[in-house]
Ligand binder design. Structure first.
Ligand SMILES: Nc1ncnc2c1ncn2[C@@H]1O[C@H](COP(=O)(O)OP(=O)(O)OP(=O)(O)O)[C@@H](O)[C@H]1O
Length: 459
């Protein structure tokens, strides 16, 4: 369905904190950025781990956050609870921008928001008893009297399915699942309202995973908790989350109710991510979508759409709409190779080599060209451009080669304005379902075909 375009997910929050569907908004992220400065000797560009993220989290829900390794999930989770400093944008908790909190205010606020980590082993101090570990946040915050703290710890141990006798034992005496229970008890100590669960079951045996998931669900009901659930395992996400946000290279590509996102994905990246799950049904509509290459380096994200370099539904420029698929694949591979070479020439070793005027070694561009296009019947116009690109790249000027490639074959997905303007075009968020699901992709614009039929044709 073609949707309405909006610059950023709608605010839509009424004075009483609810939106039009009666959900109460707890957290609002607005254009949130977390960049890591390199601090190296070359004063390189920052790593754009979270690069302009806007969405809401509703009170009492479990919002899943999924995406490939390195896309920025943990950084986003850590920024939400101020373990990482935002470099731009806002995080509003019940209307207060917590990125602005300092000193005592920040310290007080921290009680509200906690994090459960993936690996209970590294997050529990093996030299402390279980009681000391769970009690530590209470001690740090000077919570009530020592006696009341001890009682609170015993109650917490009971709440997570451990027994008060475990108070004086050490973490290494427990199994992985039990250690995660200790971590959860510690997280709950100060009665938080919001918890970031960062892959809380990934390090556990499959048999234990379900127990911990059940415990987290029970605790949510009992204590009115709101969760951000970061995960790789999409089947767990489907089971536990009310809504899901799909992240790629520091951006949210699609966000909406879990079931409709899984059964009728809108964004090409969501399609690709879901198609990687093995399906038992041999009559499935479409072949598995294989994504070529690896995600780009978040220090050098591509222009335009973050997914453009790997997107299987990438929009092609009008003049080349009928170009053979294999030639397109070759052009995309050439773009990847050029980006790869650029990344490599920027590596410290290469830069040192350049400084000392030493030759850098790569497969020659002629060989690359031959391999990609030698066996194909490339139309003369396109061939002229590709030859020129290969020549420029042969002189180690990858940036100029990429520019030349994009000037001819680039589309709106690469940030090229189809109306000839100079500004780099980025996708907008489009509402793609009645439930308010949003997808970040030019293909939802009426000028283009929707992703799903394009993927059906191409796969
Ligand atoms: N302290 C840091 N300094 C510099 N770069 C960092 C730092 N922490 C993370 N990064 C980089 O930021 C990007 C996002 O990392 P992050 O750990 O948030 O991703 P992720 O999606 O959680 O990955 P995973 O699923 O593997 O945990 C990566 O490129 C990572 O290398």
């Amino acid at each position: 369905m073609s949707g309405d375009t909006i610059e950023a997910p709608p605010d839509g929050v009424r004075d009483d904190g609810t939106d039009s569907t009666g959900r109460e908004t707890m957290v609002q992220l607005r254009d949130l950025q977390t960049y890591y400065e390199s601090g190296g000797i070359f004063n390189d560009r920052p790593v754009k781990a979270v690069d302009g993220v806007s969405f809401d989290i509703y009170r009492g829900e479990t919002l899943g956050l999924v995406g490939e390794s390195g896309c920025g999930k943990t950084t986003l989770g850590r920024t939400l609870i101020q373990l990482e400093k935002a470099t731009g944008g806002e995080v509003l908790f019940d209307g207060t921008d917590i990125t602005e909190l300092r000193g005592d205010d920040l310290y007080e606020w921290r009680r509200n928001a906690q994090m459960v980590f993936q690996d209970p082993d590294s997050s529990l101090n093996d030299r402390m008893t279980v009681g000391e570990i769970v009690r530590e946040p209470l001690d740090v915050h000077g919570w009530k009297t020592p006696r009341e703290r001890r009682n609170r710890v015993k109650q917490l141990l009971d709440q997570v399915g451990l027994s008060p006798e475990h108070y004086f034992r050490y973490p290494h005496q427990f199994s992985g699942g039990q250690r995660q229970r200790i971590g959860i008890a510690r997280t709950l100590a100060l009665n938080p309202e919001f918890i970031v669960l960062d892959e809380p079951v990934s390090a556990l045996d499959v048999s234990v995973q379900a127990e911990i998931i059940n415990l987290l669900e029970e605790l949510q009901d009992e204590l009115d908790l709101t969760y951000l659930f970061i995960a790789h395992d999409l089947s767990v996400v489907r089971h536990i989350c009310d809504r899901v946000a799909v992240m790629y290279l520091g951006n949210i590509m699609e966000i909406g109710p879990t079931e409709e996102l899984f059964t009728d994905p809108a964004n090409p990246y969501t399609h690709a991510l879901l198609s990687a799950i093995p399906k038992p049904d041999p009559t499935q509509r479409r072949d598995r979508i294989t994504l070529h290459g690896t995600p780009p380096n978040p220090r050098y994200p591509p222009n335009g759409c973050p997914f453009s370099t790997r997107c299987p539904a990438r929009i092609r420029p009008k003049e080349y709409e009928d170009l053979d698929d294999e030639i397109w694949d070759g052009i995309n591979a050439l773009r990847e190779i050029l980006r790869e070479r650029m990344r490599a020439t920027r590596s410290i070793r290469e830069r040192l080599r350049e400084r000392f005027d030493m030759e850098t070694r790569f497969a020659t561009m002629d060989e690359t060209y031959e391999e990609l296009f030698g066996h194909l019947d490339v139309p003369p116009d396109a061939e002229d451009v590709l030859q020129r690109v290969a020549e420029i790249a042969g002189d180690h000027d990858e940036q100029r080669a990429l520019d030349a490639l994009d000037a001819e074959f680039g589309s709106i997905c690469d940030g090229v304005d189809p109306d000839g303007g100079d500004e780099t075009i980025e996708p907008a968020y489009y509402t793609v379902s009645d439930a308010g699901r949003e997808s970040y992709c030019h293909r939802h614009d009426d000028r283009f075909r929707e992703p799903a039929p394009v993927l059906d044709d191409r796969h």
